[in-house]
Design a protein around this ligand. Structure first.
Ligand code: ZN
Length: 435
């Protein structure tokens, strides 16, 4: 029998507030796909849960890619002729184009302009720009600040390094009774964007802590990686993962006030797809479900055909569909404690389905067994629970899972699970091995 979930240690609203404070701490750190920003992020995660930090050397072949050079930044700024800092990384981590190559020099405004990025349509927001695979430098600034720059000479300092080093990623493993794994992946690479994706780093951290405290049937592997190259690196080092990973979720943008959205795995009908849909459909709140498409977050890598892992993507407002996306507007006001709490509560509900799912066979299948004689009628909670008992008995021919029963009956999974537990206790049900 799966472990009891009766001793949940944390209430979601308290976790929502704690996650918000964790996002607040993580988000201003300058980060890229490699370098100390990711290490600092994982060190903060490590204050909450034991995290295994992996360092993969520059130049390591990973599937069709190669681990890039390590990028670090000390300072980056522009001063005008009067010595006034007009842009400074110290004010906001988005000011420097991520992965900028080192540069020092004096430029006229016309020479400087091709290195400056702004959003004319959103003049008060700083854009998020990267240049991972092309060696150049740039600064991102509010369009109104760009407009205010006067002709003259500017001094530019981009004190960065691009050198042989490592790609860093983290894993938090919650060992369960079984070796079958649930993969939970979040990208950690973005600097000073709160919803995308420190919201998910924080929720993954606190979920891992909760599951470790509870004890689980399945093993949970939380993978905190730089986007794309990190997931590809993880897959290259875990090519046998398809044997272990039974279910998986990419978490992305999980803290804004929009409703929950789920993008199905490439398979489309994996247990994780059905578990998430069941939880969202019964939540009473609006939600969106979309089919897999090969864009978005690291589900693209996990669902590449050579792996085809059952991994979907849980989000709130999907990327690109909120105006603050990839700008300085993705800040601590966009991320809400109550939204983090709601995502966290749904994650616990999804985990409950994955933990409690299984296939059973009715040991008294000819006619209904006499439940009253066994004290099962009225004993565990009213009419709904009696109906759940009848559903589990009737559906348990060894082929249907409890999730199938919950879906078919329209009843909440916990009620179906509780009915199965009661029937197991009275020897009216037996697990189908390997289910
Ligand atoms: Zn992003």
């Amino acid at each position: 029998m799966p472990p009891s979930h009766s001793h949940a240690t944390t209430d979601p609203s308290a976790v929502g507030r704690e996650a918000w404070r964790l996002v607040e701490r993580l988000y201003p750190i300058p980060r890229s796909i490699t370098g100390d920003g990711v290490r600092t992020t994982l060190a903060i995660v490590g204050e909450h849960v034991p995290v295994q930090v992996h360092e993969v050397p520059t130049g390591t072949p990973v599937l069709d890619w190669t681990v890039p050079m390590e990028w670090n930044v000390r300072e980056a700024w522009i001063t005008d002729g009067a010595g006034r800092r007009v842009v400074d990384l110290a004010d906001h981590a988005l000011h420097l184009m991520v992965h900028s190559a080192p540069f020092r020099g004096r430029l006229s405004l016309d020479e400087l302009r091709p290195h400056l990025y702004s959003l004319p349509e959103q003049p008060d927001l700083i854009p998020y720009r990267t240049s991972y695979y092309q060696e150049r430098w740039g600064f991102c600034l509010r369009h109104r600040d760009l407009e205010a720059l006067k002709d003259g000479e500017y001094e530019v300092c981009v004190d960065t390094s691009l050198e042989d080093g490592h790609l860093t990623y983290g894993e938090v493993v919650v060992q369960g009774e079984e070796s079958a794994e649930v993969l939970v992946s979040a990208h950690v690479c973005h600097p000073q964007l709160a919803n995308d994706n420190q919201s998910s780093v924080a929720l993954a951290t606190l979920l891992a802590r909760e599951l470790a405290a509870r004890g689980t049937r399945l093993t949970y592997r939380f993978v905190l990686v730089p986007g794309t190259i990190g997931a590809i690196t993880w897959l290259a080092r875990n090519e046998d993962c398809a044997e272990r990973v039974r279910h998986g979720l990419v978490l992305a943008g999980t803290g804004d006030a929009g409703h929950l959205s789920y993008k199905r795995s490439r398979r489309g009908d994996a247990t994780i797809d059905r578990a998430v849909e069941h939880v969202l459909a019964r939540s009473g709140a609006p939600y969106d479900i979309e089919d897999f498409w090969p864009w978005g977050y690291d589900e693209r890598q996990y669902c590449s055909p050579g792996f085809d892992l059952p991994v979907g993507c849980l989000m709130r407002t999907p990327h690109g569909r909120y105006p603050e996306y990839h700008t300085s507007g993705d800040d601590m006001d966009l991320v809400r404690p109550e939204a983090l709490a709601d995502t966290y509560a749904k994650l616990l509900d999804i985990v409950a389905v994955l933990e409690g799912n299984g296939r059973y066979v009715n040991l008294s299948p000819k006619g209904e067994p006499q439940l009253g004689r066994r004290g099962l009628y009225g004993a565990i909670g009213g009419r709904e629970q009696e109906l759940a008992l009848l559903w589990v008995l009737n559906a348990s021919d060894g082929s249907a899972s409890l999730l199938d029963v919950a879906t078919r009956s329209g009843m909440p999974f916990p009620a179906i699970r509780a009915a199965a537990d009661a029937l197991l206790e009275h020897d009216l049900l037996a697990p189908v091995s390997g289910a």
